[in-house]
Write a protein that binds this ligand. Structure first.
Ligand code: NAG
Length: 202
């Protein structure tokens, strides 16, 4: 894993930028509390992001922070409590997770969209039991094999689609247009360029 390039000392968490997207890979199974090396690295990494150069920030981790499936319920909760504030303040756009063998999408107005895409296929079968009724922030749930596609169209718009694999024809079951939170005036921020200041250094 290309971790040294992003100033990380562990291959369990690192970041890179590609085509207008700053991608942050986080480790669910290593320390993440405020005093941890991962936390300090994440804080410093997010402070360096220049949204004029990478208008999108996407984070990936293993155990979802939001999950209405009975499988692996609550397993991402301590990491969420420790790190969610950092991602929220940095206006991270999307958080992808796996772990739960199903697809679920969460949305909230000014926070990241959380997607669990744990449905690539596995020998253990599906995680079929979702909470009913769904809480409003859980906008789509389905336990079947599938895959997703994120198309970054430009600095403000991206299109996400989730495709079910079981059908004879190509089937998009869920899709949504996403607007970069860097540009969202509705959320009361404008993070065009964020130069690191001394207070960002830990
Ligand atoms: C970005 O893409 C969206 C969706 O296609 C479009 O509505 C918008 O005008 C585009 N913005 C720019 C600056 O091209």
């Amino acid at each position: 894993m290309p971790f040294e390039e992003s100033g990380s000392r562990s291959n369990l968490y690192y970041s890179f930028s590609v085509a207008g997207v700053h991608v942050v890979m986080l480790g669910s199974y290593t320390d993440f509390d405020a005093g941890s090396a991962q936390y300090k690295w994440l804080h410093a990494d997010l402070a360096k992001v220049d949204r004029a150069r990478t208008p999108w920030i996407v984070a990936l981790l293993h155990a979802p922070w939001y999950n209405t499936d009975s499988a692996h319920q609550g397993e991402g909760e301590s990491m969420r409590k420790a790190m969610e504030g950092l991602l929220y303040q940095a206006r991270v756009d999307i958080v992808f997770a796996g772990h739960v063998h199903a697809y679920e999408r969460f949305g909230d107005q000014c926070g990241p969209v959380h997607m669990t895409v744990g449905d690539g296929g596995n020998r253990e079968g599906f995680a079929l039991t979702f909470e009913k009724p769904s809480p409003p922030i859980s906008q789509f749930q389905e336990a079947s094999f599938g895959h997703g596609r994120l198309r970054v169209v430009n600095e403000t718009h991206a299109h996400w689609s989730w495709h079910r694999n079981d059908d004879p024809d190509s089937t998009i079951r869920d899709e949504v247009w996403l607007e970069s939170l860097a540009a969202s005036r509705a959320c009361g921020v404008s993070l065009q360029a964020h130069a690191p200041s001394t207070s960002d250094e830990l």
